[in-house]
Design a protein around this ligand. Structure first.
Ligand code: HXC
Length: 510
């Protein structure tokens, strides 16, 4: 009996050793943790339950029959993060370069199926040379099986991808369909075709880092939602994000203990808006002053800075915030910011996360590049996302809310539940100067007359009261009381039930 028990331990130890000491040392030398070290850091101590430790591939070509390591290059199972369940897979680069075989894919599919069935998120740690070259089409089939599950899981359980090494070719499309992608600076890359193929086809010369490193994907392409210095930081931040999220689409996000009075007054907010309407201010200051303990998890921090998206808590409850940022492009909406915010709003709505919208928007960014790039369709994404969202929606207009952008930013007309404005709000078709230049074109030569017209327009429209008279603004609130008003609004909406007409699915302008 003792022998049998010992054999299990021996087999387990061999499986856990992955590709062996030499390859583990090579992994560490690149500044990367191993697949198992990553799982250990991601999950609560001792919570990991592994599946399929002994699964081995069935390939025979290219001498593969003689090399069948237990586990087949991916560690899979479930565990907890701060006590809440999560399914995990972590590709082991030390075994066949973490490449995906038929059986490797089956292991991933097994935990994805369980996650969908049992209602818990999936976190995938990607570190792989792609399709297992020795297996050919069986590997491609394996990828497609994973892709199909990514699609089915979308909107059912949150899916998070960590890119902690190479992720290339069609393999990128699994992370691409998940809700959030985080990368590690200098040790991860994602591209559909690598630098060599790019050189051959287009004669462009780029390094892997330039083509698909963390900086490229967080600043330029917006494929990734965040970049971290190393594996440890990426895993710790993933745990932090996880705490904001519900386990699945039929459950709300957890309520955390909070040590910050919901009625906290912030007198400094009364002077946040500068006297000069063209002077910017930092909208993040308002976000941090509304949030419990100023705890804010920003999504896509380095992309489209003219809109800020992320999670905070109010009275311990998760809220998704979307805020125009006057510090960048005066807070205009454009192609990038519309896409960024639309995807975030849809995530929140899919997972019952209430949405707080902070508005200071002078309109859509004008320009040939914007029009040629399809700002009409991209702007419509955000409009559509807000319009279809049935979660509690609270909006605060701090300053400008001009034109179509006023409508888009979770206005009353898109079923905003609470639409507040600060006394400094200007809700109008456009700014006073622009309006007067159109209305009184014939008087443009007369500076005095025009100045009087601008003053008159400002007095009539550059305020929140015209909209408030119509009930488009529910109340004009003091800036210092914003946290209290927003907290009470969300508290009153906890029982909100709203349904859209039956449909198979909508046709958002993609
Ligand atoms: C089998 C692979 C492998 C693969 C790497 N290895 N990629 N084995 N299939 N795809 C093995 C290597 O043979 C090596 O084994 C070990 O993993 C480590 O690889 P190295 O090359 O030594 O590591 P490194 O120098 O760090 O380079 C990493 C790499 C490179 C950039 C990922 O290995 C590479 O270019 N691999 C091939 C990538 C590729 O073309 N994949 C197919 C893409 S197409 P030993 O035994 O020496 O340790 C694709 C399509 C997906 O993925 C389609 C989905 C629809």
């Amino acid at each position: 009996m003792a022998d049998i028990l010992q054999e299990l331990e021996t087999r387990r130890a061999a499986a856990r050793a992955g590709g062996g000491e030499r390859r583990v040392a090579a992994q560490h030398a690149k500044g990367k943790l191993t697949a198992r070290e990553r799982v250990e850091l991601l999950l609560d101590d001792g919570s990991f339950e592994e599946f399929d430790l002994f699964v081995a591939h069935r390939a025979v070509d290219f001498g593969m029959a003689a090399d069948r390591p237990a586990g087949d290059g991916v560690v899979t199972g479930w565990g907890t993060i701060n006590g809440r369940m999560v399914y995990v897979f972590s590709q082991d680069f030390t075994v066949f370069g973490g490449s995906l075989s038929e059986t490797h894919a089956q292991k991933i599919c097994k935990i994805m199926d369980m996650a969908i069935q049992n209602g818990a998120p999936v976190i995938g740690i990607n570190d792989s040379g792609g399709a297992r070259i020795q297996e050919g089409v069986a590997s491609l089939a394996g990828y497609a099986e994973v892709f199909q599950r990514n699609v089915l899981a979308s909107g059912v359980v949150p899916q998070i991808s960590l890119i902690m090494g190479p992720c290339a070719g069609g393999a990128v499309y699994s992370p691409a369909m998940t809700d959030f992608i985080f990368m590690v600076k200098d040790s991860s890359c994602m591209f559909v075709t690598g630098p060599d193929v790019v050189k051959t086809v287009t004669n462009e010369q780029v390094t892997a880092e330039e083509l698909g490193g963390a900086s490229t994907h967080t600043r330029r392409s917006s494929v990734a939602d965040g970049a971290y210095e190393n594996d440890v930081e990426a895993l710790a931040e993933t745990r932090r994000l996880f705490d904001f999220l519900p386990l699945h689409n039929r459950q709300k996000a957890p309520v955390r203990p909070f040590f910050d009075a919901p009625d906290r007054v912030e007198m400094s907010l009364d002077t946040l808006i500068p006297a000069n309407p063209n002077q910017p201010y930092d909208m993040k200051e308002l976000i941090l002053k509304i949030a419990d303990e100023s705890d804010f998890f920003e999504i896509q921090k380095d992309f489209a800075g003219n809109i800020v998206t992320g999670f905070l808590r109010i009275e311990g409850q998760t809220v998704g915030v979307v805020a125009n940022q006057p510090m960048v492009l005066a807070g205009c909406l454009d192609i990038d910011s519309s896409r960024k915010a639309a995807r975030f709003v849809r995530f929140c709505d899919a997972f019952e996360v209430p949405i707080l919208t902070l508005v200071d928007v002078p309109g859509f960014l004008p320009g040939v590049a914007q029009e040629y790039g399809g700002v009409i369709k991209h702007g419509a994404k955000l409009l559509f996302a807000y319009g279809e969202a049935t979660v509690p929606k609270v909006t605060v207009i701090t300053r400008k809310a001009y034109g179509g952008a006023y409508d888009v930013m979770s206005s009353k007309h898109l079923r905003g539940d609470f639409n507040y404005a600060w006394p400094t709000a200007e809700i109008a078709v456009m700014g006073a100067k622009g309006a007067v230049e159109i209305l009184y074109r014939s008087e443009l030569g007369d500076g005095q007359k025009i100045a009087a017209r601008v003053k008159d327009y400002e007095a009539r429209f550059a305020n929140p009261f015209v909209a408030a008279e119509r009930g488009f603004i529910d109340e004009v609130i003091m800036p210092h009381s914003t946290r209290r008003r927003v907290a009470r609004a969300f508290a009153s909406l906890r029982g909100k039930r709203q349904e859209n007409p039956w449909k198979k699915h909508d046709n958002i302008p993609l």
